[in-house]
Design a protein around this ligand. Structure first.
Ligand SMILES: Cc1cc2nc3c(=O)[nH]c(=O)nc-3n(C[C@H](O)[C@H](O)[C@H](O)COP(=O)(O)OP(=O)(O)OC[C@H]3O[C@@H](n4cnc5c(N)ncnc54)[C@H](O)[C@@H]3O)c2cc1C
Length: 441
């Protein structure tokens, strides 16, 4: 029976309650590991009858904002797999437990891509429900707005298939409004005809960070929407898991992802290459070939992070960031970065979901590894300084990147928040579903 829950005595309790940030200690009221949609229905009905709440989770990448799960049944969705790709229609259907790493290589072999994120370990469902900022997004917008249908079990214990014609209000809310409305069992979305991208990273010695990041920042104002890039500072820890030649070293890094041919890509990156990088991995690769480009940790680790969206930035903002966490600051944050956004992220497509656009021009993100408790205070200090550098240009929040409880009003216009609350009231007035960034009625 799927509604029979794992408890702390169960053999796999610690595996199933694990979050991606190992500093978190999730202690739910019970854990269900459904293997089918019927199992999900059973669990939702049983939890509601038992006066418990329900939280869906696959990877625990965004477990931090959930708070206490003491009265909540955690549904771990890893058993809800299945990937179907319709090459003719350019569309896909995936089970809610599917990770980008389960999907991208197979689509890539067929010359197709989705609006996937920077790392294969992220789950398509959580990513898409929260928006979905892809390296192809300046050209193609947010992933949630490519979703064409969602199947979910709602608070009444019923399975619904929602799309533009069926429960359109709920379909709207799910696309960017997150996991507050039910347990998603499957999603369908449109694909891109994208056999290859021109992509990779340029690594410069950290001492050149000022020169490199200013040049990159000026360059972003000149590139077409086909081109997304990330300007970063990276301090690789001196641990065996980090390969040579990165181990224990610091770099200024520029990542480039160009959805165009090699000739136009070569021309675009020429000014960056003229700066003389120490390493240059930019080449023509299939979308599956950029799985490791962003060098996200593949395994759960102890960390703390911060993020905000910014308006267009003046050069002084780059200087402020360098003063806060650049060479000479003492910062040991493993990565700080600015992702170039704008372009199609800024335009609401017809029939868009709740997250119609991503405000601002850059997505700032900083993260520090916290291997021992004493490392937390300095890490929070550097993260705070990084954030302060951009606060004068604050454009709001992208909830998928927020590890703290965050006001919905910082992520959506007031009328969107009001509409999300109406949908919540209509489909889950008792607040059965416990989401990372909750919508409450
Ligand atoms: C290393 C790393 C790299 C990342 N890169 C990117 C990136 O490039 N672009 C980007 O946009 N984001 C990125 N993210 C952020 C990521 O999109 C969010 O953390 C997202 O919430 C992860 O979804 P998940 O399902 O894997 O996580 P989980 O923590 O398992 O789920 C997060 C939330 O999603 C909802 N949810 C998940 N599954 C379901 C379901 N079946 N039904 C209902 N609700 C559900 C729930 O509300 C849940 O609390 C990254 C995160 C990490 C840790």
């Amino acid at each position: 029976m799927a509604s029979e829950l794992l408890n702390p005595e169960s053999a796999n309790w610690d595996v199933e309650r694990g979050a991606f940030n190992v500093l978190l200690d999730q202690q739910p009221a019970g854990i269900a590991v459904p293997q089918s949609t019927d199992d999900v229905i059973d669990v939702v009905r049983a939890a509601a009858a038992d006066g418990k709440r329900v939280a869906a989770q696959r990877t625990g990448h965004s477990a931090a904002p959930l708070g206490s799960l003491a009265d909540t049944v955690l549904i771990r969705t890893g058993g809800l797999g299945g990937v179907e790709i319709d090459v003719e229609k350019g569309s896909a259907r995936v089970g809610a437990g599917t990770l980008w790493g389960d999907f991208v290589p197979g689509a890539s072999e067929q010359g197709l891509a989705a609006l996937h994120g920077s790392t294969p370990t992220v789950c398509i469902a959580g990513y898409s429900l929260g928006g979905g900022v892809s390296f192809y997004g300046r050209k193609h917008g947010l992933a949630c707005n490519r979703v064409s249908a969602i199947e979910l079990v709602t608070a009444d214990g019923e399975l619904r298939r929602v799309d533009a014609d069926n429960d359109p209000g709920l379909f709207w809310a799910l696309r960017g409004g997150g996991g507050s409305f039910g347990v998603v069992t499957a999603l369908e979305f449109g694909l891109l005809d994208l056999p290859e991208v021109f992509a990779g990273a340029l690594f410069f010695p950290a001492e050149r960070a000022g020169e490199v990041l200013h040049a990159w920042h000026e360059w972003t104002a000149t590139v077409p929407e086909e081109t997304t890039s990330v300007g970063r500072l990276m301090n690789f820890p001196p641990i065996p898991e980090i390969p040579e030649p990165f181990r224990g070293k610091s770099f200024a890094v520029v990542e480039v992802i160009h959805c165009g041919d090699a000739a136009s890509g070569e021309e675009l990156v020429a000014p960056l290459r003229e700066l003389g990088p120490e390493m240059d991995t930019i080449a023509t690769v299939p979308p599956a070939g950029i799985a490791d480009l962003h060098m996200d940790p593949p395994e759960p680790s102890p960390y703390s992070g911060t993020s905000l969206l910014t308006e267009d930035l003046p050069a002084a903002a780059i200087d402020a960031m360098l003063d806060a966490v650049g060479p000479g600051s003492g910062s040991q944050l493993v990565a700080v970065e600015l992702r170039h956004c704008g372009g199609a992220f800024s335009r609401a497509p017809e029939g868009a979901g709740a997250l119609a656009t991503l405000p601002g021009s850059f997505l700032a993100f900083g993260v520090g590894i916290v291997p021992v408790a004493e490392a937390m205070a300095p890490t929070l200090g550097w993260l705070g300084a990084f954030r302060e550098a951009f606060e004068p240009y604050d454009a709001g929040r992208y909830l998928n990147f927020c590890d703290d409880p965050t006001d919905l009003e910082t992520a959506f216009p007031a009328e969107t928040v009001a509409r999300l609350r109406e949908v919540k009231q209509r489909y889950d007035a008792e607040n059965l579903f416990h989401a990372n960034h909750p919508v409450t009625s």
